[in-house]
Design a protein around this ligand. Structure first.
Ligand code: SF4
Length: 398
């Protein structure tokens, strides 16, 4: 450990695309501070990105390049921190295999993120199943209807029995096709076919990521504390079973401000409501002009509710000095949304401009970006190998 720093940190991001302003004010600004206080290892977690996108790797290299550009442009400094790609340091995989012996299946099934993911997968499976069942029911009902209509037209049924048979047949057709679809509660639905081992083993790989560098601190939000617990359990278990190799990592509790998307929901690529760090000025303007505001404020004079408005949330980030005045004027009906948005566009672009400039410089020099990652990889691998020598010795693997 570097004597002048408080300890060692491992943190990372999955390379899933360009980063947005939520990342900027949350993780990245925190990392920028941490790198002055701690010895930081920042990992581009490409193996983790594969757990639910193993069949979509075409974009992976571009995503790694883009995330590196975003990190460098926002002040993550390769002179202060180690920036590297997870899959380039094979020691993570070795430690993952060894740790996987120390964790029971039932413990993994209780990991909160796994349970959340299963709930998500069950909902999407149910939606898919429901759609199929309804299509099937509709088809069966139409066929029954045509069959009975034919009999009626041939004079085999009088009007009263035609209606009664039709009603009964249609009901049967629906019930029959729905019968198997919704048995049991959502909790009882099987999910084994929805999950690969990678997803189940995700937290073990995370533990390996942290402990292969003997990191003693991990920056997380309070709601993520249970996720760190498994890593701490694994470290304790290993130390007591073999030898004291690992520190028990402590959380560096961090506030991650919630940044809404342009439609007021959580900012997420899947909702199409993101503002990227790398968006050019005209794109920022387009997105902000189209953004959702308080629906109760139709005219300038209408009193607004800024706390429900994403534009106001962005003012807090990019224009904090004017926030009290904007709040007062919005509530009093003295400020119109168009003027409020134009003011924001100006401040956002002013603050994002140096980041965009820095990003463009690195983007124009991909060789330099590769060198930075190669250099990081060398440092990371040396440290990871030093840990693995201790691990192999402790486990008497040679
Ligand atoms: S004036 Fe500004 S803060 Fe108020 S609702 Fe309009 S955009 Fe939002």
């Amino acid at each position: 450990m570097n004597g002048t720093k408080k300890g060692r940190i491992l943190s990372g991001m999955r390379p899933t695309g360009r980063l947005h302003i939520g990342h900027l004010v949350g993780v990245l600004s925190n990392w920028r501070k941490l790198q002055d206080e701690y010895e930081c290892y920042f990992e581009i977690a490409d193996w983790h990105a594969l757990t639910d996108a193993y069949d979509k790797t075409d974009q992976l290299r571009d995503n790694i390049f883009n995330i590196t550009l975003d990190w460098l442009a926002t002040g993550i400094d390769p002179e202060k921190s180690v920036l590297f790609v997870q899959s380039h340091v094979l020691q993570h995989a070795e430690l993952h295999v060894l740790f996987s012996m120390l964790v029971s299946l039932s413990r993994l099934l209780r990991v909160p993120t796994f349970k959340e993911k299963i709930a998500e997968l069950r909902v999407s499976e149910l939606k898919h199943k429901t759609k199929k069942v309804l299509e099937q029911s509709a088809e069966t009902a139409v066929n029954s209807f045509l069959e009975i209509l034919e009999q009626y037209e041939q004079g085999n049924l009088d009007s009263a029995s035609y209606k009664a048979v039709l009603k009964a047949k249609l009901k049967d057709a629906f019930m029959e096709s729905l019968k198997d679809a919704f048995t049991g509660s959502e909790e009882d639905l099987p999910y084994g076919h929805l999950v690969n081992y990678g997803l189940l083993g995700y937290p073990i790989l995370q533990a390996a990521d942290i402990l292969v560098y003997r990191a003693d601190h991990v920056p997380i939000g309070a709601d993520q504390l249970p996720h760190l617990e498994l890593t701490r359990e694994i470290a304790r278990r290993f130390n007591s079973m073999y030898d004291r190799v690992f520190p028990i990592p402590e959380p560096v509790l961090t506030e991650f401000p919630k940044v809404p998307g342009t439609d007021g929901r959580k900012m997420s690529k899947s909702y199409g409501n993101t503002i990227y760090i790398s968006d050019p000025p005209n794109e920022i303007e387009k997105k902000i002009r189209k953004a959702y505001t308080d629906p109760a404020k139709i005219r300038k004079n209408d009193p607004g509710h800024p706390e429900q408005c994403p534009i106001f949330a962005y003012h807090r980030i990019f224009n904090p000095d004017e926030v009290p005045q904007i709040e007062e004027d919005c509530k009093a009906g003295k400020l119109g949304c168009v003027a409020c948005k134009l003011n924001l566009i100006k401040h956002m672009n002013e603050q994002l401009e140096p980041i965009r400039e820095m990003r463009s410089k690195y983007e124009a020099n991909p060789q330099l970006v590769t060198e930075i990652l190669n250099e990081g990889e060398k440092k990371a691998r040396a440290e990871a190998e030093a840990t693995m020598i201790k691990v192999r010795e402790a486990m008497k693997l040679w």
